[in-house]
Design a protein around this ligand. Structure first.
Ligand SMILES: Cc1cc2nc3c(=O)[nH]c(=O)nc-3n(C[C@H](O)[C@H](O)[C@H](O)COP(=O)(O)OP(=O)(O)OC[C@H]3O[C@@H](n4cnc5c(N)ncnc54)[C@H](O)[C@@H]3O)c2cc1C
Length: 368
C-alpha cells in the first residue's frame, strides 16, 4: 500500500496552500474529485462570487505570490451598494475586493502547490472514507471508472469544502457521545448570469426578508452580472428567487433572461461554535472546518490561512497531540474574528437593527 506523510481531500484554496506549506518536507497526495486538467470553461465551476477580500490578499502577499493577470476579472470596482428592501433605504460602502475568475484562481494555486517536490495529485478521484489507526490513517479512494483503492498516510486532512465528507464521517462515525455537536444551518445558493450592455460600477448586496433571512448579491463579471441568493433549504427557493429578480428589476437593473444558472448547498455557520478542527491524525481546514464568515459567506481567506496554519503545525508538531495543540493555537485568533462577524451578522440580518445602522450612515460613503 502507498505510504504518504499527508493525504489531503480537496484541491481548493485550503488544500493547495496546505500542500504548498508542507511540500518541501512531506510526501503529499492531494485527492480531488473534479477534473483539474480539463481545459478551462469545460468543467462545472464552483458556486462562488470570486471576490478576494483584503485578508485573502494578505495571505497571498505573505507567500510572495502576486496574482497573475489571467486570474483577474473585469471590472475591478471598489464600492458595494447595499439595498435594504425591508426598510426602503440604501447606502454605499467602500470595499477593497479583487474581482477574480474562481476556476482560474484555484488552478493557479494548485499549480503553485504542485511546484513543490513532495506534492502529487490524483484528480477525478473521490475520497469515500477513512479509517484512523493509532499510528496511521487508511484513506479509501474511488476513481472515475469505479475502481477503489486505499492509501496509507501519517496524517489525513479534509479540505473538502462545505459539504465535507471527512467532517461528516468524523462527527458521525468517530466521535463519542460526550464530544461537542457543531450547529450549522443549510441554505441553497442559487445564482443566475445575465448579459449586460454596461458593467455595473459596484457590487450589490440586497436585503429582503421575503427572499431570505440571509442575503442576496449582484456581482459584475466579464460583461455579465451574477444575481445570487442564499435561501433557507426547504423554503420555496425558486419562488423566492423570482421575487428577488422582480425586486432587482424594479430597482432598474434590467435583468432579462438568464444565460446560465448554478445552485449549491451553502452552510451558514454560527461563528466559532461551528468550527471543528479535527482530532488525532485527522484534521479539517477551510470551509470543511466551518471557517467561513457568517456575515458575508467569504471563505477563501479563511481557507488559505487555515491551510497555512495547519501546514506549519504539521511541520513543527512532534506528535499528533502536539500538532493539534499548535493548530488550535494558530487558529484561535480566527475564531475571535468569526465571533465578531457573527455579531455583525446579527445586526446586518435583523431588519430593525439594520434600518437603524443605515439611518446613521455609519461607515457609508457619499457617492454624489
Ligand atoms: C454562492 C457562493 C459565493 C461565494 N462567494 C465568495 C466570495 O466571493 N469570496 C470568498 O472569499 N468566498 C466566497 N464563497 C465561499 C468560498 O467559495 C469557500 O469558502 C471557499 O471555496 C472554501 O475553500 P476550501 O478550500 O475550504 O473549499 P473548496 O473551495 O470548496 O474546495 C474543496 C475541494 O474539495 C473537493 N472535494 C469535495 N469533496 C471531495 C471528496 N470527497 N473527495 C475529493 N475531493 C473532494 C471539491 O471538488 C473542491 O475542489 C462563496 C460561496 C458560495 C456558495
Amino acid at each position: 500500500m502507498e505510504q504518504y506523510d499527508l493525504v489531503i481531500a480537496g484541491a481548493g484554496p485550503a488544500g493547495s496552500i496546505l500542500a504548498k506549506t508542507v511540500g518541501k518536507k512531506f510526501r503529499v497526495l492531494m485527492v480531488e474529485m473534479r477534473n483539474v486538467h480539463a481545459p478551462l470553461g469545460t468543467t462545472r465551476e464552483k458556486s462562488c462570487g470570486g471576490m478576494l477580500n483584503t485578508s485573502a490578499q494578505k495571505v497571498l502577499a505573505s507567500f510572495g505570490m502576486p496574482l497573475p493577470k489571467e486570474v483577474l476579472q473585469s471590472p475591478q470596482v471598489f464600492t458595494v451598494r447595499a439595498i435594504d428592501y425591508d426598510n426602503h433605504d440604501e447606502r454605499y460602502y467602500q470595499k477593497q475586493y479583487v474581482n477574480i475568475d474562481r476556476e482560474t484562481f484555484d488552478r493557479w494555486l494548485l499549480a503553485e502547490a504542485l511546484m513543490e517536490d513532495g506534492v502529487e495529485i490524483v484528480d477525478n478521484t473521490k475520497v469515500i472514507g477513512f479509517t484512523p489507526h493509532p499510528d496511521y490513517v487508511d484513506v479509501q479512494l474511488r476513481k472515475e471508472n469505479g475502481e477503489t483503492e486505499s492509501v496509507r498516510t501519517r496524517y489525513f486532512v479534509g479540505a473538502d469544502g462545505g459539504g465535507s465528507l471527512v467532517r461528516r464521517h468524523l462527527e458521525e462515525k468517530f466521535s463519542g457521545p460526550d464530544e461537542p455537536k457543531y450547529p450549522i444551518q443549510r441554505y441553497v445558493s442559487l445564482q443566475q448570469w445575465f448579459e449586460v450592455e454596461e458593467d455595473l460600477p459596484y457590487y450589490v448586496a440586497l436585503f429582503d426578508q421575503k427572499v431570505t433571512d440571509y442575503y442576496s448579491w449582484m456581482i459584475p463579471k466579464n460583461g455579465q452580472v451574477i444575481l445570487g441568493a442564499a435561501i433557507p433549504e426547504g423554503k420555496d427557493v425558486r419562488k423566492r428567487f423570482e421575487h428577488l429578480k422582480k425586486r432587482a428589476n424594479q430597482s432598474g437593473f434590467n435583468l432579462g433572461e438568464p444565460v446560465k444558472e448554478r445552485g449549491a448547498i451553502l452552510l451558514r455557520p454560527y461563528g466559532p461554535m461551528s468550527v471543528n478542527l479535527g482530532k488525532g491524525r485527522v484534521f479539517l481546514a477551510g470551509e470543511a472546518a466551518g471557517l467561513i464568515s457568517s456575515s458575508s459567506e467569504e471563505g477563501i481567506s479563511y481557507a488559505m490561512s487555515s491551510g497555512r496554519e495547519l501546514g506549519e503545525a504539521l511541520l513543527e508538531g512532534k506528535t499528533p497531540a502536539d500538532v493539534e495543540a499548535k493548530y488550535r493555537k494558530g487558529v484561535r485568533h480566527k475564531k475571535w474574528g468569526l465571533a465578531v462577524k457573527s455579531l455583525k451578522a446579527i445586526v446586518m440580518y435583523n431588519p430593525v437593527l439594520r434600518g437603524l445602522v443605515f439611518k446613521t450612515g455609519l461607515l457609508s460613503m457619499d457617492v454624489k
